[in-house]
Design a binder for this molecule. Structure first.
Ligand code: B12
Length: 294
C-alpha cells in the first residue's frame, strides 16, 4: 500500500522553506508529526494544511518583507524569535512603528504571532516597552510630536489588522465593555485589552476614548456586561479618575459585573484609591483574573 505520509523534505518543498525550518516548527509544536519506528519524522497532509491554515500561510511571504525591512537593525529576527528575546523584539517593533510603514508593522506583529508569541506577550512585552521608549525619547526631545503620532497610528493600524488574523476561541456568551474616560486619548492599551478579550470568546463593546462617566454608565446598563475594563493613562484629574471609577463600580456591583481598571494612571500610587474589582499591572494579569472568574 502506498504511504500517504509526507517526508520532512516534501513538507519543506511544499512550504518553500529549508528542512531545518520544518524541524524547528515541529520541535516547537507548531507543526504536528509522527515518528516512524526508525525515528524518522512523517507528516500527515491534514496536519500540514492545519498548520498553513492556522498561520495564514504564506509564512515565507511573511518572513521576506519583515527581514528586508529590518536589514538596518543589527539583530537576527529569527534568533530573537527563537530565543523569545523580548527586549530585541521590542526594539525591532520600535524601529518599525517609527518608520511609519503600516503594512511592515503589521507583518512584523504577524511574524511574532506566527512564531507562537502570544497576544498578551505581544502587547505587554513588545508593544508596551516600545512605546515607553517612544515616550521617553519624546520627553527627552529626541523625537518630535509628529513622529510619536505617526508611530501611534502605525501601531494602532497594525494591532487592529493583526486581530483579523488571530485564532479566536468560540464565544462563551459573556459580554465585556471596554473604554477610556473623559479627556483620555491614549487608545492603544484599551484596544489591546478589547482585542484579547475578543480572542478569548468574549463579546466586546468597544467604547473608545474620551467618554463621559454618565455615558460609560449608560453603556453598562444597555449591554449588561459581565466585565467592564477602563484604561486610564493621563486622567483629567486624579480626583476625576477616583470618582469615575467609584460611580462605575457602583453600577457594576448592581448588575453583578466585575470592574477592572488598568493603564499607567492606575499605577501604584493610585492603586489604593481606586474602587475596582481588580487593577492588574498587565494584560497578562488581566487574563489570569478573567480565567479565574470561570
Ligand atoms: C502614544 C502616546 C500619546 C498619543 C496617544 C495616541 C493614541 N492613539 O493612543 C497622544 C499623542 C494622543 C498622547 C497625548 C498625550 N500624552 Co501621551 N503618550 C503616548 C505614549 C508614547 C505611548 C502610550 C501607549 O499607547 N503605549 C502603548 C500601550 C500598549 O501601553 P499602555 O497604554 O500603557 O497599555 C499597556 C498597559 O498599561 C496595560 N493597560 C492599559 N490599559 C489597560 C486597561 C486594562 C483594563 C488593563 C487590564 C490593562 C491596561 O496594557 C497595555 C499593554 O501592556 C506614552 C509613553 C508611555 N510611557 O506610555 C505617552 C505618555 C503616556 N503621554 C504623556 C503625556 C504627558 C501626554 C499629553 C499630556 C501630552 C500633551 N502635552 O498634550 C497628552 C495627553 C492626552 C490625554 N489627555 O489623553 C506622558 C504621561 C506622563 C504622566 N504620567 O502624566 C507619557 C508617559 C509620555 C512621557 N514620558 O512623558 N500621548
Amino acid at each position: 500500500m502506498k504511504s500517504n505520509l509526507l517526508s520532512t523534505a516534501s513538507v519543506a518543498s511544499m512550504l518553500k522553506v529549508n528542512e531545518s525550518t520544518v524541524k524547528r516548527w515541529t520541535e516547537k509544536g507548531s507543526l504536528r508529526c509522527i515518528k516512524t519506528p526508525g525515528g524518522h519524522r512523517k507528516y500527515k497532509m491534514k496536519d500540514v494544511v492545519a498548520f498553513m491554515d492556522q498561520f495564514a500561510y504564506d509564512v515565507t511571504d511573511l518572513l521576506v518583507p519583515a527581514k528586508d525591512q529590518l536589514k538596518s537593525v543589527n539583530v537576527s529576527t529569527d534568533y530573537a524569535l527563537l530565543t523569545k528575546d523580548f527586549p530585541a523584539l521590542s526594539d525591532l517593533f520600535f524601529n518599525t512603528a517609527l518608520e511609519g510603514n503600516r503594512e511592515h508593522t503589521f507583518q512584523f506583529l504577524h511574524l511574532l504571532y506566527a512564531n507562537r508569541i502570544t497576544q498578551a506577550e505581544i502587547y505587554d512585552r513588545v508593544v508596551f516597552p516600545a512605546f515607553a521608549k517612544i515616550g521617553m525619547q519624546w520627553s527627552a526631545g529626541n523625537l518630535g510630536i509628529e513622529q510619536e503620532h505617526l508611530a501611534s497610528n502605525t501601531a494602532m493600524h497594525a494591532i487592529i489588522k493583526l486581530q483579523d488574523h488571530i485564532t479566536k476561541k468560540p464565544s462563551h456568551g459573556k459580554i465585556a465593555v471596554c473604554g477610556c474616560l473623559e479627556e483620555e486619548y491614549h487608545e492603544i492599551g484599551i484596544t489591546c485589552v478589547n482585542n484579547i478579550l475578543e480572542s478569548n470568546g468574549w463579546t466586546t463593546y468597544y467604547l473608545g476614548t474620551n467618554l463621559p462617566t454618565e455615558s460609560f454608565i449608560d453603556a453598562i446598563e444597555q449591554y449588561v456586561p459581565a466585565l467592564v475594563c477602563v484604561s486610564s493613562t493621563v486622567p483629567k484629574t486624579k480626583r476625576y479618575l477616583t470618582e469615575a471609577c467609584a460611580a462605575i463600580h457602583e453600577t457594576t456591583q448592581i448588575i453583578g459585573a466585575k470592574l477592572v481598571v488598568g493603564g499607567l494612571a492606575a499605577g501604584d500610587d493610585m492603586r489604593k484609591k481606586l474602587r475596582a474589582d481588580h487593577i492588574p499591572h498587565s494584560i497578562g494579569e488581566l487574563m489570569s483574573f478573567v480565567s479565574a472568574l470561570g
